[in-house]
Design a protein around this ligand. Structure first.
Ligand SMILES: [Zn+2]
Ligand SMILES: [Zn+2]
Length: 81
């Protein structure tokens, strides 16, 4: 019987879901991706289960679980919002 293994983490750049890759949110520089439109996350293959990959739970408030990326925690951020 083949054992179901957990997928290895694949760090990488993903499109910032909070600003939808535009780098702007409500006419201001996106606080999640710093205006880049992409974020380097610890696992680019897994979407955030908490916000279902949207990057936010309520408008203007980034998801605290994934830091607004829609995926996993950003690599370069120690603290989330
Ligand atoms: Zn962004
Ligand atoms: Zn999330």
């Amino acid at each position: 019987m083949a054992e179901v293994k957990r997928q290895p983490k694949v760090p990488g750049d993903v499109k910032c879901m909070f600003c939808d890759g535009t780098g702007k949110h409500q006419d201001e520089t996106c606080i999640v991706c710093d205006g880049k439109g992409t974020v380097y996350v610890v696992d680019s293959t897994r979407k955030c289960q908490w916000c279902k990959g949207r990057g936010y739970l309520m408008p203007k408030i980034p998801c605290t679980t994934c830091g607004g990326t829609g995926y996993t925690r950003p690599v370069n951020k120690q603290r989330l919002f």
